[in-house]
Ligand binder design. Structure first.
Ligand code: HEC
Ligand code: HEC
Ligand code: HEC
Ligand code: HEC
Ligand code: HEC
Length: 400
């Protein structure tokens, strides 16, 4: 019996070592950050630097920072241990990929200052979040791992100085290049390294764009970068004294923070049925709207008018509320359950009933979006106006 247990233990140990996460190799000064790419990839660096990939760091995204602080307080983990945990997808070049109880004891003993963990999370090469040297230093993606192994835990890295990309015959005097299918043939595979299976301490999955995705011919890059168009991959004059023309995409990674992407993202239709209205929201996109991070919110404002006078307004919120093990309101990362998913399914629709108001001759249905619902904004004490700003999606009016 004893021997049997020992064999099992060895098996478990082998299993664990097969899944060992490979920390990204340390960057040298030649490839330290995006400023090293700018002279030859000026347009791309510019586009990327306005994106939320570039803001994916404790210092640059208030929502992320406040979530990390809240999570650390509630789990009683040191903030640096939380930074390491979240870094798996937010800052995958972090040199330390997990921490243990010994580190927590060190922190309690006041020994954090000189620690490996402290040095790793303070490394300035992380402050650019998901940058060029995250995506373009990936050698391969391990698709055989369990679905919850994401970000750095799913990546095998190239040595520093080798850039993987979509161009089969790329040649650069500054770095080596290697073609990869997850840039060329099927770039959504790269996106799914992180945009999938985001789960809480209670193993509750609260974001999973990969699972929602209804495969169409569209790539994520078609909407979140740009359609392929003629341009240059590098402005270096490598083609008879001129930059080489290539089919390229923009690197803006526009998303939920960008107002124009919301315009018409959902269709809206309303019709009268008895003494109420049937309102249908339709979604042609290949993932749910909203997709991704929890506590996003759709708001349907209904404005009832008689002549030009507004006689009543109603506001309907469609969002998710999260509860912890004890049934208290919490943030997605600490949730053990949530209210129903209110998003409009990929290439589908959602219908609901809105009451009529006596005397109304004209009713307008106006759909908006908000990045963070009231509950989470107040739990995290978010101050920046962007989290509560209403972004316009669509409207329709019925005359009675
Ligand atoms: C989130 C991942 C990601 C990040 C971050 C990223 N790229 Fe890319 N990059 C891609 C993908 C995907 C493609 C391939 C797009 C296609 O052709 O379908 C690409 C393509 C390229 C190309 C080839 C030209 C083109 O547009 O196809 C170059 C050069 C490039 N990237 C440089 C950079 C630089 C420099 C940075 C940093 C400022 C950067 N990338 C950041 C994902 C990324
Ligand atoms: C001295 C100029 C120079 C610098 C600096 C430079 N590159 Fe490049 N890079 C090029 C050239 C030239 C190409 C090839 C363009 C072509 O063939 O159209 C290229 C191609 C690429 C590709 C496409 C590879 C492929 O196979 O698809 C990527 C990705 C890339 N560079 C990333 C980077 C990143 C990230 C940095 C910063 C760490 C960087 N480059 C710095 C000149 C440079
Ligand atoms: C290494 C992990 C990783 C990879 C790979 C990755 N992303 Fe992201 N992405 C993130 C993180 C983390 C954020 C959130 C950053 C924040 O808001 O602080 C994000 C945010 C976004 C957003 C939201 C931006 C906004 O303003 O709301 C879009 C859109 C996006 N990514 C698209 C893509 C696409 C398309 C790909 C594949 C080409 C991709 N990502 C690959 C980690 C990744
Ligand atoms: C047909 C266009 C289209 C395609 C293709 C597409 N998206 Fe989106 N995506 C949108 C629109 C519109 C939004 C804005 C609404 C929203 O945030 O839900 C969005 C939003 C997002 C966001 C922001 C969510 C948030 O709350 O911050 C992420 C992340 C994202 N998409 C990832 C992806 C990934 C990954 C793929 C590929 C698997 C993809 N998208 C393919 C249209 C598209
Ligand atoms: C499995 C990969 C993954 C891990 C691990 C992860 N995130 Fe994220 N996170 C993402 C992606 C991808 C996005 C962008 C998708 C979106 O916006 O919907 C995101 C977005 C966010 C946002 C929204 C930011 C904004 O500007 O709207 C917050 C807040 C956040 N994450 C907090 C955390 C915290 C706190 C941790 C660690 C406890 C963490 N995340 C760990 C993948 C991850």
């Amino acid at each position: 019996m004893k021997r049997f247990a020992a064999t099992l233990l060895t098996f478990a140990a082998i299993g664990a070592s097969l899944y060992a996460t490979e920390a990204a190799p340390e960057l040298n000064s030649q490839y330290h950050d995006s400023s090293k790419c700018k002279s030859c990839h000026a347009a791309i660096v510019n586009e990327w630097s306005g994106s939320y990939h570039a803001k994916s760091h404790y210092k640059h995204d208030e929502y992320l920072r406040q979530s990390m602080e809240y999570y650390a307080r509630k789990t009683r983990k040191p903030i640096n241990a939380v930074k390491v945990e979240c870094a798996a997808c937010h800052n995958p070049r972090v040199a330390v990929t997990s921490t243990d109880i010994n580190y927590q004891i060190d922190v309690l003993m006041g020994l954090d200052e000189g620690s490996e963990v402290n040095a790793a999370v303070s490394d300035s090469s992380l402050s650019e979040g998901v940058n060029c040297l995250v995506c373009h230093n990936v050698d391969s993606i391990n698709h055989d791992l369990p679905a919850d192994k994401r970000g750095v835990h799913r990546i095998k890295w190239n040595p520093v100085g080798i850039m993987s990309g979509p161009i089969e015959d790329a040649k650069s005097p500054y770095h080596k290049t290697q073609y990869r299918d997850f840039f060329g043939k099927d770039p959504k595979q790269l996106c799914f390294v992180c945009h999938a299976n985001d789960r809480s301490t209670e193993n509750f999955v609260f974001a999973n764009t990969q699972k929602e995705y209804k495969d169409t011919k569209k790539q994520c890059a078609d909407c979140h970068m740009s359609p392929k168009k003629e341009g240059v991959a590098s402005n270096l004059p490598i083609d008879n004294g001129k930059p080489k023309k290539r089919m390229v995409r923009e690197h803006g990674f526009v998303g939920a923070h960008t107002n124009w992407l919301w315009q018409d993202a959902l269709g809206i239709e309303a019709k009268k049925s008895g003494d109420s209205f049937i309102v249908t929201l339709s979604n042609e996109n290949p993932h749910n709207i909203p997709t991704g991070f929890g506590a996003r919110e759709l708001i349907l404002d209904v404005i009832y008018r008689s002549g030009s006078k507004v006689i009543e307004t109603k506001s309907i919120s469609m969002t998710q509320h999260y509860t912890d093990k004890r049934g208290k309101p919490t943030i997605p990362h600490l949730a053990s359950s949530s209210t129903d998913d209110m998003s409009v399914p990929a290439q589908g629709s959602k219908t609901f009933k809105v009451p009529m108001v006596k005397g109304a001759g004209q009713v307008t249905f106006e759909l908006h979006y908000r990045l963070v619902n009231d509950e989470i904004r107040s739990l995290l004490e978010l101050k920046e106006p962007q989290w509560s700003e209403k972004k316009f999606i669509n409207r329709t009016t019925i005359r009675l």
